[in-house]
Design a binder for this molecule. Structure first.
Ligand code: PLP
Length: 371
């Protein structure tokens, strides 16, 4: 048996929808994008949203719209996809890495509190693995220190924290529709906000500094962050399948939970009761992660390691040497991120994964620990 880490769930409906957009001759951002945006806003529970070419650009656009730039520091969890921090750098600001909590490896709010300086302008909670950080405490902290919240909800479409959708807690929230996310348009991103002035700024920034196409008077310097209606057509079909995708992913997590129950040395991360999670992958915390991964590969299963801690990334090493803005890159500050990186293993949880395949994967894990 061969089981990949991820497979986008695309079929004839997506093919037909894309073909129809092409046949209509509306291939740039148009009526389908407007419809997709309206449906996303209603799902997320926000009045405003704009597309971006991908999740990374969505974060960059959000940071620009929030007015974050040179001299500003943004708190970013040490465990996340590197795009979270890269967007901060592209906006001209400095990412400051903070440790994650050891239970679900989301940004640690207590660690955020100790990392705040007079230059801290924002915090970027990441809804990692389709879970959520402790948003209640984070909101309290942000309010107490006057920080903006820019949410990286790239992995969190469909995720709710105490009944509120991820991405609607902060000033801005960002989503990705990359091929391995919960719903996909191939590439694609989305930025939501609740403030009319921020929305106006998002629209100006993403459309060359003008609100309406066809006008050649530009109020500010902007750029082009459009998507295509071909992508939006695919997105509409994917969104219509979201409830089914979510149900399947939750089933898959249950199957893993049953299959690994009672196995010593293996902890499956499961969502706390107040989070309606959408498993991005099945996340295991194990002894001998590299050896387990090799074993799974030998059985035809494709595992993934955790993200590598940002404070150890070669591309950010200069942040610890820059005399103007010294960022703490000491291993001692990031015990939980390091633990996760050493012990974390991601297993497939894509919508088409069947129960017998999850049983096969769990049997392979069991075989490794009991042989
Ligand atoms: C995927 C992802 C991004 C970036 O999205 P792209 O669409 O790939 O640019 C950012 N942050 C997190 C946590 C992600 O998983």
């Amino acid at each position: 048996m061969q089981i990949p880490q991820m497979r986008p769930w695309l079929g004839e409906e997506e093919q037909l929808a894309a073909a129809r957009a092409i046949a209509d001759g509306w291939i740039s951002e148009g009526p389908r994008a407007a419809d997709f945006a309206a449906q996303l806003n209603s799902l997320i529970g926000v009045p405003y949203g704009v597309f971006a070419p991908n999740g990374t650009q969505a974060l960059y656009l959000a940071l620009l719209a929030a007015g974050i730039g040179p001299g500003d520091e943004v708190l970013v969890p040490d465990i996340t996809f590197i795009a979270s921090a890269n967007a901060v750098v592209f906006a001209g600001a400095t990412p400051v890495f903070v440790d994650v909590e050891p239970k679900t490896f989301q940004i640690d709010v207590a660690a955020c509190a100790t990392a705040i300086t007079p230059r801290t302008k924002a915090v970027m909670p990441v809804h990692l693995f389709g879970l959520s950080p402790d948003m209640d405490s984070l909101l309290e902290l942000a309010q107490a220190h006057g920080l903006l919240i820019i949410e990286d909800a790239a992995q969190a479409i469909g995720v709710a924290y105490r009944g509120r959708h991820a991405g609607c807690f902060g000033t801005l929230g960002c989503f990705s529709f990359f091929a391995d996310k919960t719903i996909t348009t191939g590439e694609g991103g989305y930025v939501v906000c609740q403030d009319a002035a921020i929305y106006e700024r998002l629209r100006l920034l993403r459309n060359q500094g003008r609100i309406n196409r066809g006008s050649f008077v530009h109020e500010i310097v902007g750029t082009n962050m459009r998507i295509t209606d071909i992508q939006a057509a695919i997105g509409l079909v994917q969104l219509a399948k979201l409830a089914q995708i979510v149900a399947r992913k939750r089933d898959i997590l249950c199957w893993y939970s049953e299959g690994l129950d009672g196995l010593a040395g293996v902890r499956l991360i499961t969502p706390p009761a107040h989070i309606a999670a959408v498993p991005f992958r099945a996340v295991l915390i194990v002894e001998d992660a590299p050896d387990l991964m090799r074993h799974l590969e030998s059985r035809g299963v494709q595992p993934r390691a955790f993200f590598y801690p940002l404070h150890r990334q070669p591309c950010f090493a200069h942040l610890g040497r820059d005399r103007e803005r010294v960022v703490c890159l000491d291993d001692a500050q990031y015990p939980h991120a390091l633990y996760g990186a050493e012990h974390g293993v991601l297993l497939p949880a894509y919508p088409e994964l069947r129960a017998h395949q999850v049983r096969y994967i769990c049997a392979a894990v069991r075989e490794f620990y009991t042989a």
